[in-house]
Write a protein that binds this ligand. Structure first.
Ligand code: NAD
Length: 434
């Protein structure tokens, strides 16, 4: 098929490259000129494992543009809308980029071609898109098909998740129409279970899934705090819980709280949707509050261990919201670092992939090129992202670099007993002191 994707971010680029690997012809459209210019040179505009290889391998099947042209629209069999839906100040997902992209498609396309929305949207958005696009062209002889195909990929594992999703959800107005047939054909090669349902259910499946995962994280973070007070090791607790298949091991890692471009805004979107219809979502409200408090609790932990942070040098390892991505959106580092700076600390930072984005987010921090440089003459190390390379650091060398051998580990990367052996003052999240 000839597929056109609007919005070439983490979702759009990966989705398109995976389609190209299945030998489809793919056109990428993004208003960000810099991104498109990089891609035209076969360069990836952000860090995500494996995508560079796919881009280079399938380059001949790909085209890149800053706007949709009639030339592209006339050969497109199906559109995917993958633009951002950032948080509005009212706490809802902003659908203006989705609306703009869909309007553009309809204005530039002669006959109805299925538009599949992949962006995460509030429940009811696809119906609104349908009303919008079908009101735009008086002369359309048939309804312009709008489908919703939520994306569940995880940044850092996006390519694997796109090849091997655990389910494919398709929201449609009409399960029997041609557009549903086209998208089913497109996903024929995938082994995943296919859920075909109405648009609103598909929209809620996406938001409810993220809400549930965020709930697991906040639940375990709250238990971690309890564990610390009563002298229990949260890692043992989660090991014991996670083996129960009704619970599962994933998303039970205690830490400094969830971040990223999805969980915070998706949880809030559900809460706002509930409020708008008079149905409160008490659990999700608590999930959000616990997550917010977790960052403050961790900041206080740093302050207590260092006996105040004024004039202290604090070395931060990890800035991205999770490992294997350079994405800093809503990352815990965005709360922790400014608060420490405000209290008069000197901050040194290192992240294996996110250093390129740092100037967009932080001022007044000292950028280092590796973990040992961060540790050099610092009063402590604070770990905010569990990058694999931090697990393999030489603890001896780290200790020699530090002014004081203190590690405050917001991701439980290390084992307290091992750290004690090396002579560190070590504090994780919910770990039992040894
Ligand atoms: N990032 C994830 O892990 C993830 C996972 C699942 C779902 N989602 C959802 O998918 C959507 C996209 O997320 P993302 O992380 O890829 O976003 P992103 O910010 O990385 O990329 C969005 C892109 O859309 C472009 N854009 C905006 N308006 C446009 C327009 N009118 N025409 C063309 N391009 C336009 C922007 O320039 C940007 O490059 C969001 O709704 C998000 O919630 C994201």
């Amino acid at each position: 098929m000839n597929i056109t994707l609007i919005g070439v971010g983490y979702v759009g680029l990966v989705t398109g490259l995976v389609f190209s690997e299945k030998t489809h012809q793919v056109n990428f459209i993004d208003i960000d000129t810099k991104k498109i210019e990089l891609l035209k040179d076969a360069k990836v505009p952000f860090y995500e494992p494996q995508i560079e290889g796919l881009l280079i391998k399938n380059f001949d099947l790909l085209t890149f543009h800053t706007s949709l042209s009639q030339e592209i629209s006339s050969i497109t069999d199906i559109y995917f809308v993958c633009v951002g839906t950032p948080r509005t100040k009212e706490g809802q997902l902003d659908t203006k980029f989705v609306m703009t992209a869909c309007r553009e498609i309809v204005m530039k396309t002669e006959v109805p071609v299925p538009i599949v929305i992949k962006s995460t949207v509030p429940v009811g958005t696809c119906k609104r898109v349908w009303n919008l696009v079908n009101g735009l062209k008086d002369e359309v002889k048939e309804n312009w098909p709008i489908l919703f195909n939520p994306e569940f990929l995880r940044e850092g594992n996006a390519v694997y998740d796109s090849f091997y999703p655990e389910r494919i959800v398709i929201g449609t107005e009409n399960k029997e129409d041609k557009s549903t047939y086209i998208i089913k054909e497109l996903y024929r090669d995938w082994q995943a279970p296919l859920i075909i349902c109405d648009l609103e259910s598909a929209e809620l499946i996406k938001l409810a899934s993220n809400g549930f995962l965020a709930t697991k994280i906040s639940y375990i973070n709250e238990l971690a705090k309890l564990s610390e007070v009563i002298g229990v090791d949260i890692k043992k607790v989660t090991e014991g819980m996670g083996l129960d298949s009704r619970i599962g091991k994933k998303f039970l890692q205690a830490g400094v709280g969830y971040g990223g471009s999805c969980f915070p805004k998706d949880v809030e979107s559900l809460i706002t949707t509930g409020k708008n219809v008079g149905q409160s979502l008490t659990i999700l409200e608590a999930v959000q509050e616990v997550n917010y408090e977790q960052r403050n609790w961790f900041i206080n932990k740093i302050k207590n261990i260092l006996d105040g942070v004024t004039n202290k040098t604090i070395g931060i390892l990890g800035l991205s919201f999770k490992p294997n991505t350079d994405d800093l959106r809503y990352a815990p580092s965005l709360t922790v670092i400014p608060e420490l700076l405000k209290k008069g600390a000197k901050i040194k930072v290192y992240d294996p992939k996110a250093m390129g984005n740092i100037r967009d987010y932080f001022t007044g921090v000292i950028c280092c090129s590796n973990s040992y440089e961060v540790a050099k003459d610092s009063d402590c190390i604070v770990i905010l992202t569990e990058w694999e390379e931090f697990k393999n650091l030489s603890l001896e060398k780290l200790k020699t670099c530090l002014k004081r051998p203190i590690i405050i580990d917001g991701r439980n990367v290390f084992e307290p007993a091992r750290m004690k052996e090396y002579g560190f003052i070590y504090e994780g999240v919910g770990r039992r002191n040894v």
